[in-house]
Design a protein around this ligand. Structure first.
Ligand SMILES: [Mg+2]
Length: 374
């Protein structure tokens, strides 16, 4: 089997009301889909995480990385990953857009391997015997506190057993005091039996994060996510050492090299790679070995990515060691449901992993065209 072509399509979908959280207001979801076609008629699909300008990853995939791939056997997927990376790391591209481009390609290659073998990707990755995985409901965004409480209660009424809440308000939105009040109100409303995760989206400094965490230490918080910006490794260490809530991070990190530093410093407890940024399935699996070696917990990130990344993350969750929980995104996301059938729905805290070959769901061409930009 040989790779015949590598091509991208760009998607964008805008919400009628932007979502508000630690990085500000977010109106438009975007994605770059990567289609890798083989000479025996199999096409694999992957996704590169995009927050703005999908043209960038499209150019990297088609102009810089495609020449490494065309004519090669997709079964050499890990070696192709190393060759793509080797082409570019000398230019300083060991983070950022290039890594996101490699991620989309690698995901498509594993989709091909699964389709060729008649197996779901989770089993091609080694399998862990998990036909379904634990999940949490993501996320309650900034609003007036009674509305946030009502949203959390609604998710629990739907059968969820764990919920993520956004904190990290700017001063104009009430700052850290409103953050603390919102979490305490939600804990009071949902009772002691529900897991509550907090996500700062890097909006605090270490001192603020420590202060807020100490005020919430008696509220049985499962983790505090991205308390400080991803480049503030000293800040991560201070937060981890300065209070009692487990620290989570990883959606802004690239590849095993980025996670190596966070983990070596004992800066995090829960590791949250995004398959569409960490280097695809190969990257996610290599980080999984680190998680295993250091006895940490793995919680794949999904969030604002499109449906292929959400689906791929399910296969990551089904196959990595030390899985903690999968991020099931209930907040509005116009690009999540791109398939000919509904995305799996959680039941009482668990979500089914598609078992058909490859990623296991087919893109609905009519839906993809609706969001396609050129
Ligand atoms: Mg997050």
């Amino acid at each position: 089997m040989k790779i015949r072509s590598v091509q991208c399509r760009m998607l964008a979908g805008t919400l009628s009301k932007p979502i508000q959280f630690g990085i500000g207001a977010f109106p438009t979801f975007s994605a770059t889909l990567v289609y890798v076609a083989t000479d025996d008629g199999i096409t694999g699909v992957g996704e590169c995480i995009v927050r703005k300008a999908p043209q960038v990853t499209k150019t990297v995939v088609e102009q810089l990385l495609s020449p490494v791939l065309v004519g090669r056997d997709p079964h050499d997927v890990e070696g192709l990953w190393d060759e793509m990376f080797q082409q570019l790391r000398g230019w300083g591209h060991y983070r950022g857009f290039v890594f996101e481009a490699i991620s989309g390609i690698d995901t498509a290659l594993w989709d091909i391997l699964g389709k060729a073998a008649g197996q779901p990707v989770s089993k091609m990755l080694g399998g862990a015997g998990r036909p379904r995985v634990p999940c949490y409901s993501s996320s309650v965004y900034f609003d007036e506190i009674p509305k946030m409480v009502a949203e959390a209660q609604q998710q629990i009424a739907l059968g969820h057993t764990a919920i993520k809440v956004k904190i990290g308000r700017a001063r104009a939105l009430g700052g850290r005091r409103t953050d603390v009040a919102s979490v305490k109100a939600i804990r009071e409303a949902v009772g002691p039996g529900v897991d509550i995760m907090l996500d700062v989206n890097s909006a605090y400094d270490a001192a603020t994060a420590i202060k807020v965490c100490r005020q919430l230490e008696d509220d049985d918080i499962t983790w505090i996510e991205e308390p400080v910006p991803p480049d503030d490794l000293d800040g991560y260490q201070r937060v981890r050492e300065g209070q009692g809530i487990p620290v989570a991070a990883g959606e802004s990190e690239f590849g095993v090299f980025g996670f190596r530093e966070l983990i070596r410093r004992r800066a995090i407890d829960i590791v949250q790679p995004d398959v569409a940024r960490v280097g695809g399935f190969s990257g996610a699996r290599r980080v999984g070995a680190l998680v295993h070696a250091f006895n940490l917990r793995y919680a794949p990130h999904t969030g604002f990515s499109a449906g292929i990344a959400h689906l791929a993350s399910l296969h990551v969750a089904a196959s990595v060691p030390n899985l903690m929980t999968y991020e099931y995104f209930f907040a509005p996301n116009p690009l999540r449901d791109l398939f000919t059938e509904p995305f799996p729905a959680p039941v009482e805290g668990f979500i089914d992993v598609p078992h058909r070959p490859g990623l296991g769901l087919e893109l609905d061409e009519r839906i993809v065209r609706k969001f396609e930009v050129t």
